[in-house]
Design a protein around this ligand. Structure first.
Ligand SMILES: [Zn+2]
Length: 237
């Protein structure tokens, strides 16, 4: 019966794929049945951010002297005109939250074996302001977190922190303006369950680190917490 169901499911999938073909969001080539959002070739060519240490790398150094962070990792680098910016465009502005799940899985798989998640208790996606989330319909970081949670079985906790300030799109701001724009942007909510926990902060993109710093500083007010950070991508100038 199970074989029958598997065969039936495969037939249905082929049928759907024939009439409703799906395309890679990076290169626009047709996806095979087993691929989601990004084709195998684009996955292979993804400019991955490979580091030898999660404690000491280019991303971790951004936070040195500002706030203690246990581990930092990102999946890939992108430049302005790279096809890989399309992943972020679809995820943030294209109403395709499930791209976040696919990418979150990919991110988690790339660092899981190296022990990145050892001892991490809970995943906290960087929140959007209520207004921004209403406009977008979802928080993209939450969908990346779902993909990570699927691979690691670490629970997502959405209630500890809120974003009270609508911050302007940061791409046009200088560093000191960015830091000012996120000052006081986050507030703690329900934190009792998180006392003494190792928290993994998840965001889509790291540019200057101003947003993640503000968010981590707020979370660090919870007693005895440790903080690690992952982002899907990092800008490369
Ligand atoms: Zn492709």
């Amino acid at each position: 019966m199970k074989i029958f169901n598997t065969e039936l499911s495969a037939t249905i999938h082929s049928f759907i794929d024939f009439f409703f073909p799906r395309f890679c969001i990076c290169c626009q080539e047709r996806l095979s049945i087993n691929e989601s959002h990004i084709c195998g070739a684009c996955q292979l060519a993804l400019p991955r951010a490979i580091v030898s240490s999660f404690e000491d790398n280019e991303m971790a150094r951004i936070f040195w002297g500002l706030i203690p962070i246990e581990r930092c990792a990102t999946l890939f680098y992108y430049t302005k005109n790279s096809v890989y910016t399309r992943i972020l465009m679809k995820l943030k502005y294209g109403n395709q939250p499930k791209v976040g799940i696919t990418m979150g899985r990919m991110l988690a798989k790339s660092i899981y074996e190296k022990g990145f998640f050892n001892g991490i208790d809970v995943i906290v996606p960087v929140p959007l302001s209520k207004e921004r989330e209403r406009q977008r319909g979802y928080n993209q970081s939450e969908w990346i977190a779902k993909g990570i949670s699927e691979i690691t079985s670490i629970k997502i906790y959405n209630y500890c922190i809120i974003r009270t300030k609508v911050t302007p799109s940061q791409t046009s701001l200088k560093l000191h303006e960015r830091l000012e724009s996120v000052q006081g942007a986050f507030q703690l909510k329900e934190t009792h369950d998180l006392i003494g926990k190792h928290i993994l902060l998840v965001d889509d993109v790291l540019t200057t680190g101003a947003t993640l710093l503000a968010c981590a500083e707020t979370i660090a007010k919870i007693p005895q917490t440790k903080i690690s950070i992952v982002t899907l991508a990092r800008t490369h100038y």
